[in-house]
Design a protein around this ligand. Structure first.
Ligand SMILES: [Zn+2]
Ligand SMILES: [Zn+2]
Length: 414
């Protein structure tokens, strides 16, 4: 069976590259994935899947039923691009000005389409149901696209038992796949702080209330939350990314607006932060005579890989001698919309190496860069890995897989 699967996945190598390049050339921003969604839905329909269009605005769901019985496994890809001007110079570079697939979601979509082709060919050989979820707007934190699809019932009817997703990862080489159980990517929230003072002539600041000085104090003080109130064993970052205010070099500013991001991996830490931040703002702004408005907008939660499912998927990857499983010991503080799915059903999110063998991690252009150019060899790795993992989960051979896993060494730091 394994050899047969490999042979079938090989059939779709070129087609996946075609899909990816076409989607790459026609990138669309979050919740505007009209062409991409249509393309995906048409392909799935032609494969004979039951297709739902416009789920959570522009999302697409394809349902493939195997033999009767079995579980329902959901596989997810994201479809949106970023508002950036592409500078790769590739023949299939973006045709849309100021929009680019710089996060590799074109790769994810092509891989999942590839998996749909393979699974359709194998549908008489597995028991259960596969749900292909193509979500919009992964980059639209704090709203995102996953939430809307969940609200419209993407995880129900049939009810999803477990879920897999992946992201191309430049720190790993093509042929490497890695993840860790437990928290792997960060909760990613946004803060807006408006400080209100009172204007005066720059020569007589005592006659006003300087919102600029209050903002400066607050900027520094916010860092003491991380360094003095949160355990140093809990990852946490508060970054103020924009400071806006003031009129002129000799006018005391009456209003300064700070905007920032708050990241962490531990839900208990996340819970405490809005109150901690507001108390600090209240103390500093109030103590200096100003007023404030504060908004804490919860974005994506931490992405937590299910422990039991992680063991199964790790074993599934290790069973394929062609590729390497890389145990990940350090989480990333990037946010990922897949986290909403992982909150609802046991899930595993994988990092898929996309760096050519001959380029070092330092030399390779990272994601969210206008020159990001992932190695297309990763398409095949993603296709085989997703396919094998799904079949292993559906085959009911899990007990054996888990036992085998428990005996082998697991490199895990929680
Ligand atoms: Zn991204
Ligand atoms: Zn991404």
């Amino acid at each position: 069976m394994k050899e047969e699967i490999r042979e079938i996945t090989n059939r779709y190598k070129e087609l996946m590259i075609d899909y990816r390049r076409d989607i790459h050339a026609h990138p669309e921003l979050g919740h505007d994935e009209v062409r991409t969604g249509r393309k995906v839905a048409d392909i799935l329909e032609n494969l004979g899947l039951e297709v739902k269009r416009n789920v959570g605005k522009t999302g697409v769901v394809g349902i493939l039923k195997g033999k009767k019985g079995g579980k329902t496994i959901a596989l997810r890809a994201d479809m949106d691009a970023l508002p950036m001007q592409e500078k790769t110079g590739l023949a299939y570079a973006s045709k849309h000005d100021g929009v680019m697939h710089a996060c590799g979601h074109d790769m994810h979509t092509a891989i999942l389409l590839g998996v749909a082709h393979v699974m359709r060919d194998l549908k008489d050989q597995f028991e259960g149901t596969i749900k292909f979820i193509f979500q919009p707007a992964e980059e639209n934190n704090p709203i995102g696209g996953a939430k809307g699809m969940i609200e419209e019932g993407v995880l129900d009817d049939p009810k999803v038992d477990c879920m897999l997703g992946l992201h191309v990862w430049p720190f790993l080489k093509s042929g490497e796949i890695g993840f860790k159980e437990g928290p792997m990517m960060a909760a990613s929230d946004r803060i807006f702080i408006k400080i209100k003072g009172n204007s005066a002539h720059g020569a007589t600041p005592n006659e006003g209330i300087d919102a600029g000085i209050i903002a400066a104090q607050l900027m520094v003080a916010l860092q003491t939350i991380v360094s003095r109130n949160i355990s140093s064993l809990d990852a946490c970052v508060i970054t103020i990314g924009t400071i806006n205010g003031g009129y002129r070099y000799n006018v005391v500013p009456d209003e300064v607006v700070l905007e920032g991001t708050v990241r962490n991996l531990n839900p208990k830490v996340r819970e405490k932060l809005p109150r901690m931040i507001e108390e600090l703002i209240h103390g500093i702004v109030g103590g200096m005579g100003g007023k404030y408005e504060f908004k804490y907008v919860s974005g994506y939660p931490a992405l937590i890989n299910d422990a039991a499912l992680s063991k199964k998927i790790e074993q599934s990857i290790r069973n394929n001698p062609k590729y390497d499983f890389v145990p990940i010991t350090q989480s990333a503080l990037g946010g990922e919309d897949f986290a909403f799915f992982a909150q609802k059903v046991p899930s595993v999110f994988m990092w898929l190496g996309c760096r050519p063998e001959d380029i070092t991690a330092e030399e390779f252009v990272p994601i969210h860069n206008p020159k990001f150019n992932p190695d297309e060899k990763a398409l095949q790795v993603g296709l085989e890995t997703m396919t094998m993992a799904t079949l292993d989960l559906l085959s009911g051979d899990e007990k054996k897989m888990t036992q085998k896993m428990e005996m082998s060494e697991v490199n895990y730091i929680g």
